[in-house]
Design a protein. Structure first.
Length: 517
C-alpha cells in the first residue's frame, strides 16, 4: 500500500479520484501549534508544540492507517506553512527528516502529481526554520505586547502583531493624508461639439472662465490634429496580491473570501497554487494555451510567453495563478477572472489610435479608436470616445459652451484589495499573510469597512499612538519590510534562524520579552 498525505480533505478527495492505488489522507490543516494559554517558547527559542483542538484524533487515525504502508509521501502545500505541516507529519510518523518522501506540485492534476512522484525530494528544513522563525517572532512580540495593551487600555479584544501593526500604520498615514488635504476649486470651459468635447485650461475664478466662454461660443479654430498608433501590452498573469485586488474591484469580494475560494479551486484541480508572488508561467502549459488561442481566435491573437522582472525575494519555484486547462469550466466568478487573465496575458497587444486636437485659447480634445482588439477580446479596456478627423485651420462652432466647476479630491482610503497591493509594494507580509493581517485589523475593530473602504477607528488610532510612542519600530513600515527580508534569508539558508530572531527582537526594541522566557 502507498500513502499520500496532504493537509486538506478537499485536496485529498480530488487526488483520490486520480490515484486508486494510493490511500490519500488529510491532516485538516495545521495540527500542532504553540499553546494558547502560555508563551510556549524557551530561552533557546525551542517551541513547545501542542495538538490543536480535535486534531489529536486525526493524527491517531493517520498513524493507524499508515502502519502497513510500503511508501509514504508527504504532499502538503508548496510553501512555508505546508513545509511546517510536513515537518510535523514526519515527526509524528517517526520518518527520518532526511528521507526522500516530500513531493511538491503547484496544480492538483494527475499529470502534475505523477511528475512530482518522479522527483521525490527531501523536506526543506530551511523553509521549516523560516516558518518557525516567523512563528516565534510573532509569538514573542504578539503574546506579551498584546497583554500589555489590554492591561493599559483595560479592554479586551486588543492585539499587537508584527505585520498587523505595520498595516495599522498604513491606515493611520492614509487618515493623516485625508486630514491634511486642502481642497482646491477651479473652473474649466467646455465646448460641446456634435461628437466630442474640448476643454480649456483651469481657471481660479469663474469670472475668467466665463469671459473665455463668451469669446469662443461662435467658434474655435483647430490648431493641430495628431494621430499616433499605440500598442498596449496584455496584462501580466495574476499573483496573489493582484487576484485579491482584481476580485475586490470587479467582484467586490473581501480578501478573505477571495483567498478561500481560490484555495478551494486549487484543491479541486481548477487553478494553480494561489499563494504566490511571481508572474512566471510554465512554458509547456503556456504553449498549450497559445495553441488554443490561435485555434479559437485566430493567428493574429496569438501572443507569446513573456518573462517579467521579479523581486529579489520572489518564490522562484512557484508559478503565477492560472487555470489548469482551457476546457475545464466552473461557475464561480473568480474562476472566470483567472480564466480570462490566463489567456489574455498570452494574447497579442491591442492596437489603439490615439487622437489629440489642440484649439486656439488652449483648448484640447483627445480620443481613442481601437484598431485591433488583441487581448481585449477577453478583458475590457477603457477607451475614451473617438474624435472625428479634424483639419488644421478649420473653425468649428460648438453646440454649446459652458463653465464647469471642479474640485480636487482627497486621496481615497484603502479598500481591502488596494491595501494588499500596497503591502506587496512595500514588502509588508507575504502572500500567505495578506488576508490574515487585514482580517485581524477588522476583527480587533481597528478599522471598519465604510462604503467598501477601510476607515481607521478611534480604537485603532489609540493602539497605533501607543505603539508609536513605546515601540516605534513595530509601526515603522520600512523596518517591517527589513524584518521580512531578514526572515527570507533564513529560508535561503543564509542566516541562522535563532540568531535572526534575537537580532530582530533587539532591533525592534522588544528584546525585553526575553526576560519572560
Amino acid at each position: 500500500m502507498r500513502v499520500l498525505i496532504v493537509e486538506s480533505p478537499n485536496k485529498a478527495r480530488t487526488i483520490q479520484k486520480y490515484f486508486k492505488d494510493f490511500k490519500v489522507l488529510a491532516t485538516a490543516g495545521h495540527f500542532k501549534d504553540l499553546p494558547e494559554d502560555r508563551l510556549g517558547v524557551d530561552k533557546e527559542f525551542n517551541m513547545q508544540f501542542e495538538y490543536l483542538k480535535g486534531k489529536g484524533k486525526i493524527i491517531a487515525f493517520i498513524k493507524k492507517e499508515v502502519k502497513n504502508a510500503k511508501e509514504i509521501y508527504i504532499a502538503t502545500d508548496p510553501d512555508r506553512e505546508g513545509e511546517a505541516i510536513a515537518y510535523h507529519i514526519m515527526k509524528e510518523l517517526k520518518i527520518d527528516l532526511n528521507k526522500q518522501c516530500r513531493i511538491r506540485f503547484y496544480e492538483v492534476t494527475k499529470e502534475s502529481i505523477e511528475k512530482a512522484l518522479k522527483n521525490v525530494d527531501k523536506l526543506d528544513i530551511n523553509l521549516v526554520k523560516s516558518q518557525f522563525a516567523r512563528r516565534i517572532l510573532d509569538r514573542l512580540i504578539g503574546y506579551p505586547l498584546s497583554s500589555e495593551v489590554i492591561k493599559h487600555f483595560n479592554e479586551r479584544n486588543l492585539s499587537v502583531g508584527r505585520v498587523q501593526s505595520a498595516v495599522l500604520a498604513l491606515l493611520y498615514e492614509k487618515e493623516k493624508q485625508i486630514e491634511n488635504f486642502k481642497q482646491k476649486v477651479y473652473y474649466v470651459v467646455v465646448a460641446q461639439f456634435d461628437k466630442f468635447k474640448a476643454t480649456s485650461r483651469a481657471f481660479e475664478s469663474s469670472e475668467e472662465a466665463q469671459k473665455l466662454a463668451e469669446k469662443v461660443k461662435d467658434g474655435l479654430k483647430v490648431k493641430t490634429y495628431e494621430e499616433k498608433k499605440v500598442y498596449i501590452d496584455p496584462p501580466k498573469p495574476f499573483n496573489t496580491s493582484e487576484i485579491l485586488k482584481e476580485a475586490g474591484e470587479k467582484l467586490k469580494y473581501p480578501v478573505a473570501k477571495t483567498q478561500a475560494i481560490a484555495q478551494k479551486l486549487f484543491e479541486e484541480g481548477y487553478i494553480t497554487y494561489p499563494r504566490t508572488d511571481t508572474h512566471r508561467m510554465d512554458e509547456a502549459k503556456a504553449n498549450m494555451f497559445l495553441d488554443y488561442i490561435e485555434k479559437t481566435y485566430g493567428e493574429n491573437y496569438r501572443g507569446k510567453l513573456r518573462t517579467f522582472r521579479e523581486k529579489a525575494n520572489v518564490q522562484g519555484a512557484h508559478e503565477c495563478i492560472r487555470i489548469v486547462e482551457v476546457n475545464k469550466q466552473h461557475s464561480e466568478p473568480l474562476y472566470d477572472l483567472i480564466y480570462r487573465r490566463t489567456l489574455s496575458s498570452l494574447m497579442s497587444p491591442a492596437v489603439v489610435l490615439k487622437q489629440k486636437a489642440t484649439f486656439e485659447h488652449d483648448f484640447i480634445a483627445e480620443g481613442e479608436i481601437l484598431l485591433f482588439d488583441g487581448w481585449t477580446k477577453l478583458e475590457k479596456l477603457d477607451l475614451s470616445s473617438p474624435l472625428p478627423k479634424l483639419k488644421e485651420g478649420e473653425i468649428l462652432k460648438p453646440i454649446k459652451v459652458f463653465v464647469e466647476k471642479r474640485k480636487t479630491e482627497p486621496p481615497p482610503r484603502y479598500t481591502q484589495a488596494s491595501l494588499v497591493k500596497k503591502m506587496e509594494t512595500l514588502g509588508i507580509g507575504r502572500p500567505s499573510t495578506y488576508a490574515t493581517a487585514i482580517n485581524t485589523i477588522l476583527k480587533r475593530e481597528y478599522a471598519i469597512v465604510q462604503k467598501n473602504n477601510l476607515k481607521l477607528t478611534d480604537r485603532g488610532l489609540k493602539v497605533y499612538m501607543y505603539l508609536k510612542e513605546k515601540y516605534p519600530e513595530l509601526v515603522d513600515i520600512k523596518f517591517t519590510a527589513i524584518m521580512e527580508d531578514e526572515l527570507d534569508q533564513v529560508a535561503e539558508n543564509k542566516t541562522d534562524y535563532k540568531q535572526t530572531i534575537r537580532k530582530l527582537l533587539e532591533l525592534s526594541k522588544t528584546a525585553h520579552v526575553l526576560e519572560l522566557l
